[in-house]
Design a protein around this ligand. Structure first.
Ligand code: PLP
Length: 426
């Protein structure tokens, strides 16, 4: 359907462009320096976890169920940290390894394991010629960077409102043995905010991969990051696998407290089937003696259990929800009537995914930059940075203050309108 600018007469369109150019000039004169680019918690959010820093002192007991946090040992992490991680994902603590502060780092280690050593006794991927990973797009750019850095071919898969297009996924995974993995963010996905439906989760669990060394990289980064009330329910993929009967070695699931406590100083973990975990443990044991555990101890003292995490996340929600409400308000009041854009309305997570007219995204990002607002580069949520339609922009509203966010969104709206009007003219 044509948008409001495409419906205008030439004269009306020229007048609209002149008016928008005047608005852009006014904004440029403000010399703003605002950032809506990366999904980072605001300083008020990280402040919520600062009391954790007071929980360990020189006098603290640094043992956890017989394990010393201040020495080597416990390669899978502290027992209490494993119990907390397992409870948050609804899995057995026996199948959880907690290590380091970054889940992306563990994902990298798992891709490297497949690439260098091979998965399930198969040849390493580096000896198998061209291998591929499926990348539901738009998705998380750093996932795609991990596989790209190994020379693995990233193949985009369309994202729908309830998850990746499973017909496309099934076709690739079940027919092409060079497909070795898929990147998934199953809850409040980066950047669409989509939570996979039960049907999609069951379809993942039912996959019969052509390659025995295919694994689903299930990055449950936003498992507990709901804004208000109940939020979305994600079916536990290990429960979906259990419904199938025979134990399958199919899923590596990852999560971290990056956006619960402190990004890059949280605790991160992986869980998988017993056989996959045994193999990953062997790989990890060549990389390190044992993981950092002092931060794990601080985390379990602070967060305690899933109920403690839920309480803490309510405090995050009180800061984050008004920012997402402001995005909704500014976009619907600024663009709602024009028919030139759509955007997602997530109930949790860190992003809103915005779709403008075909061929507009790069121009909008560049105009917003000129007007003092940094956005995620257009195309970033696509493998190799290539958005085929040049329509998608990722909005990350959490870091700026409400006032700055409001200003940044005003700039964004003017940039979208001006680019849309210019495209209608072209
Ligand atoms: N996974 C997703 C989907 C993310 O959006 C992010 C950060 O933005 C991460 C992982 C990074 O997590 P970590 O800090 O645990 O490496």
């Amino acid at each position: 359907m044509p948008n409001a600018y495409q419906n205008m007469t030439d004269a009306a369109l020229d007048a609209a462009i002149a008016e928008l150019e005047a608005q852009a000039a006014d904004l440029r004169a403000l010399d703003l320096k605002l950032d809506m680019a990366r999904g980072k918690p605001s300083p008020e959010q990280t402040a919520l976890s600062k009391p954790m820093l007071d929980l360990l002192t020189a006098d603290s007991d640094l043992s956890d169920q017989g394990v010393d946090a201040d020495n080597y040992g416990a390669p899978d992490g502290l027992p209490s940290a494993r119990a907390l991680a397992a409870e948050l994902l609804g899995v057995d603590a026996a199948n959880v390894s907690v290590m380091g502060s970054s889940s992306l780092n563990i994902m990298y280690d798992c891709v490297e394991h497949g690439y260098v050593h091979g998965i399930g006794g198969e040849k390493p991927w580096c000896q198998q010629g061209e291998v591929k990973f499926l990348c539901p797009a738009p998705g998380y750019d750093r996932h795609f960077t991990v596989t790209e850095s190994f020379g693995i071919k990233n193949v985009p898969v369309p994202m729908r409102e309830d998850g990746p297009d499973m017909d496309v996924v099934r076709e690739y995974v079940e027919k092409d043995a060079t497909v070795k993995g898929i990147w998934c963010v199953p809850k409040y996905a980066n950047p669409t905010g989509v939570t996979y439906s039960d049907e999609v989760v069951r379809a993942f669990a039912a996959l019969k991969p052509a390659a025995p060394d295919f694994r689903i990289f299930w990055d449950n980064a936003y498992a507990v990051h709901t804004f208000d009330g109940e939020g979305d329910e994600l079916l536990n993929i290990f429960d979906a696998l259990a419904e199938q009967g025979a134990e399958k070695n199919l899923v590596y699931e990852f999560a971290s407290t990056a956006k619960v406590t402190f990004p890059s100083s949280g605790m991160a973990w992986v869980t998988a089937s017993p056989a996959d975990m045994a193999e990953l443990r062997r790989a990890f044991s060549a990389m390190r003696v044992s993981p950092e555990k002092i931060s794990q101890l601080a985390h379990v003292k602070f967060l305690k259990d899933a109920a403690g995490v839920a309480e803490h996340m309510k405090r995050h929600a009180a800061l984050v929800a008004p920012r997402f409400a402001l995005v909704e308000e500014k976009l619907s009041s600024g663009l709602g009537e024009l028919g030139c854009a759509t955007w997602t309305h997530p109930k949790g997570g860190y992003f809103v995914s915005f779709e403008g007219p075909r061929g507009s995204a790069k121009a909008v990002v560049s105009l917003a930059k000129e007007l003092g607002v940094t956005l995620t580069p257009a195309g970033a949520p696509w493998p190799y940075g290539e958005d085929p339609e040049d329509t998608n922009i990722r909005i990350a509203p959490t870091y700026p203050s409400l006032e700055e966010l409001g200003q940044a969104l005003d700039v964004f709206v003017v940039a979208v309108k001006l680019v849309s009007a210019r495209l209608a003219k072209a």
